[in-house]
Design a protein around this ligand. Structure first.
Ligand SMILES: [Zn+2]
Length: 233
């Protein structure tokens, strides 16, 4: 416990960015890079050990808040939360859960843009650990290779299942698809609602956040217009 307090205090007092405090960075949802910040030893501990530890720590949070953990309704909550974190909503942190993607030759010689739109996803804000709910639109122009349509969806879900900020989610999906598809010509547009903005803080229920990545051939005015026209319909 003593060690944890010291670690937290060191982190809180030592870090700031452009003169902003850690609290301000979180409230303004600034992000610090394309890679999810992970410790080098993140996967030395097994999933089962992680679940046990999270359940223990989560029961402490509930206890501190004064909840009665002997109540039948609350008893199983720490274990449920731990399982949900590791197996479901944060499963995308573990590279072992990355979808396996096979590349195929573009036999139909289709060389225009392909768009998979309205890919519904659920993620969580890394600053507040509450949901980000949104839709991703993903497009690419084949360089001679294609992937199954459902794989575009799976890539979106994989990166969504991490504590996220929307800009990083957008870029992680786009850069991974560029690598998989062996082309720069990838675009990703995300339109999402952040529950930390709508249900707390400024309590703005009507706003949504749009982020986009236009790589290669998509980084031209006419391609952007073409893509946006398809998304309108
Ligand atoms: Zn947030």
């Amino acid at each position: 416990m003593k060690h944890q307090e010291t670690l937290l205090n060191t982190l809180l007092t030592s870090n700031s960015l452009n003169g902003l405090s850690l609290d301000e960075i979180g409230e303004d949802h600034l992000y610090t890079g394309i890679d999810t910040p992970m410790k080098p030893d993140a996967f030395k501990v097994s999933d089962n050990e992680k679940k046990e530890k999270i359940a223990d720590l989560f029961s402490q949070i509930m206890d501190v808040m004064g909840l009665d953990l002997t109540d039948d309704s609350l008893k199983g909550t720490p274990q449920r939360v731990a399982k949900m974190y590791i197996d479901e909503i944060f499963s995308g942190l573990n590279p072992a859960n990355k979808p396996k993607i096979a590349l195929f030759d573009n036999k139909y010689q289709y060389n225009q843009m392909l768009i998979e739109k309205d890919i519904q996803f659920y993620s969580n804000c890394e600053h507040h650990f509450v949901p980000i709910i949104g839709k991703a639109h993903v497009a690419y122009i084949s360089s001679g290779k294609v992937i199954g349509l459902s794989k575009l969806n799976r890539i979106v879900q994989y990166y969504a299942k991490r504590p996220q900020v929307q800009e990083r989610l957008t870029n992680q999906i786009a850069v991974d698809l560029q690598n998989i598809l062996e082309t720069e010509d990838v675009a990703v547009i995300i339109d999402a609602k952040h529950l930390c903005v709508s249900s707390r803080g400024v309590k703005d229920d009507s706003s949504s956040t749009i982020t986009c990545f236009y790589g290669g051939a998509f980084n031209k005015q006419e391609k952007i217009v073409e893509l946006q026209n398809y998304l309108k319909s």
